[in-house]
Design a protein around this ligand. Sequence first.
Ligand SMILES: Nc1ncnc2c1ncn2[C@@H]1O[C@H](COP(=O)(O)OP(=O)(O)OP(=O)(O)O)[C@@H](O)[C@H]1O
Length: 258
Amino acid sequence: MAVPVIQISNLRTQFDDFVVHQDLNLEIRAGEIVSLVGGSGSGKTTLLRQMLGLEKPARGTVRIFGEDINDCDTARRQQLRNRWGMLFQHGALFSALTAFDNVAQPMRELRALPEDLIRDAALLKLNMVGITPNDALKMPADLSGGMIKRVALARALALEPELLFLDEPTAGLDPDRSESFVSLISGLHRQMRLTVVMVTHDLDTLFALSTQIAVLADKRVIAMGPPEEVIALPHPFIHHFFLGERGQRALEVLREKE
Ligand SMILES: Nc1ncnc2c1ncn2[C@@H]1O[C@H](COP(=O)(O)OP(=O)(O)OP(=O)(O)O)[C@@H](O)[C@H]1O
């Protein structure tokens, strides 16, 4: 069987005496769209940061593409980083650069590509997310919230990643923009054969996109599987999160998809 894209084993995270994760295990296979859900403070963002190699766990291993992210040198880690893209919830773009330069920047940092190739590739990525060459010349301050998210997504895709991390991708977007952003991610997932890991509180986004849901509770991943299986599990957090009033509405979307 192929090596999992992400494999987290026996992870422990601790801040002073406060234990956030204990004996946490998680395996993500290529091509999945995995949503990480959990209550506030359950450690979703911290786990995402550990996958990105931005934080080191107290114990356990985090393997990305089969390599221990905390046990490789800086050059190797950078090579791994070039294989994933990250869409941060806030502050996704450099405010002093145009949309175009924001997307070109990760390619320029590689110092290996000629400028004309970078130009074509950046315009192509912007086109994929529906940003015109004219809008590409604008500064982030002159773009709408939805357009900023699209440019940030184009930037995350700049190096043709195999893996894409999304932190609350639709937060701050109105329902229409949120829906079109979801279709965009879904289309790109198919087109680029991406593996996607996302943290979201938005049940509409979650049900529209996820092939798997991983539930973080009791300091561990207590369940992982297809949405319809996970929501049927008898755990108080799952019941509360998915089967409340807002969950019912989102579930209708899931049933319409079937
Ligand atoms: N650098 C840090 N120092 C001390 N405590 C931290 C640090 N980072 C996170 N924590 C604590 O760890 C716990 C998990 O935080 P984290 O932000 O990962 O949760 P989360 O599940 O993403 O929450 P939310 O859904 O509210 O964003 C919280 O109690 C938080 O206060």
